[in-house]
Design a protein around this ligand. Structure first.
Ligand code: URA
Length: 306
């Protein structure tokens, strides 16, 4: 938790605190609260109140519950102390260019064009051969999100085409559907060198494009494959044991919905196929996760033919 020392307050928020605040704002939005104003401050610099706000958000996120009783009132505006930051996380989010296009395949193309020959993070100069955008049904009910491309994906320009991809295909088949029916993407679109885990900054730089892809595909359920996907999408830090076994309500961050028929979806977390290759004993657990997803989607597993 942060100290109340005004002088110690940084002017730019720590990414974790920023994520916490963003999650808090989403929480307010879900309660129908959209307008925020600064609480009058006896401290003219605003830094003490800013620290308190950050402190509260942090506490709430750690405890996974609302903090201020007053915030639960049905008013349409909440008096919260907001930090002085260089970027304004309360700014009105504009519609994205693809949101004026009704054909999801075309909308995805717009996002791909916007991404361009991306140089937004260091991964562009660390040996990537190509950007791995995403693949599958642009109207899929089910979407899988992995961590980032490996060597095979980097070579082919398609997610999950290596050994982990073969296992993912088998998992999808076991659900009674084909790979072509789902949409598959990753948190980062460029291969991290030596298949290292993508850095948080790389995830944060790249994931807004994934959020846009999700908002176009409008799945009913997202399956986050592994901890990196889960933690990035949910903006929370927890172990796989804590993250699995339940659904989360998910809305793509930074996207203003313009579709009355889609206001987010369910998100489930399961093990990454690469982890299952290393520890096949966990496949049964992953299957339980997928069965939970199938139930939500009203799917029945095909009969085993042995
Ligand atoms: N692992 C991932 O997370 N994504 C891929 O596309 C391939 C392997």
């Amino acid at each position: 938790m942060l100290s109340l020392s005004a002088s110690a307050m940084p002017r730019t928020l720590d990414p974790e605190v920023r994520s916490a605040l963003a999650a808090r704002i989403r929480y307010y939005n879900e309660m129908g609260i959209y307008d925020f104003y600064r609480r009058p401050l006896s401290d003219p610099s605003g830094e003490v109140a800013a620290t308190i706000a950050v402190d509260e958000a942090e506490t709430a996120v750690l405890a996974n519950q609302p903090v201020l009783g007053a915030e639960m009132s049905p008013r349409k505006a909440a008096a919260v102390a907001i930090p002085i930051v260089e970027e304004n996380i309360f700014e009105v989010i504009a519609l994205k260019p693809e949101q004026s296009v009704s054909d999801p395949a075309k909308a995805l193309k717009i996002i791909r064009e916007d991404l361009g020959d991306c140089t937004r993070c260091v991964l562009h100069k660390q040996g990537r051969k190509q950007i791995v955008f995403g693949v599958g049904n642009p109207k899929a009910d089910l979407m899988f999100v992995g961590e980032g491309p490996g060597a095979d994906e980097d070579e082919k320009g398609e997610p999950f085409v290596g050994r982990a991809g073969q296992l993912l295909n088998n998992m999808i088949k076991a659900m009674g559907i084909d790979r072509e029916q789902v949409y598959i993407a990753n948190i980062v679109k460029c291969r991290p060198p030596g298949n290292r885990t993508p850095e948080r900054e790389e995830c944060e730089t790249c994931s807004p494009f994934l959020m846009r892809q999700i908002a176009v595909v409008k799945p009913k359920v997202i399956v986050a494959l592994g901890a990196v996907a889960a933690k990035t999408l949910l903006a929370m830090s927890a172990s796989m044991a804590q993250l699995r076994g339940r659904f989360y309500d998910f809305r793509p961050t930074g996207i203003r919905s313009n579709d009355p028929n889609w206001d987010g979806c369910k998100l489930a977390v399961t093990y990454h196929p690469a982890f299952l290759l290393r520890d096949p004993r966990q496949k049964g657990e992953a299957w339980k996760d997928l069965q939970m997803v199938m139930k939500e989607l009203g799917m029945k597993a095909p009969k085993q033919t042995t």
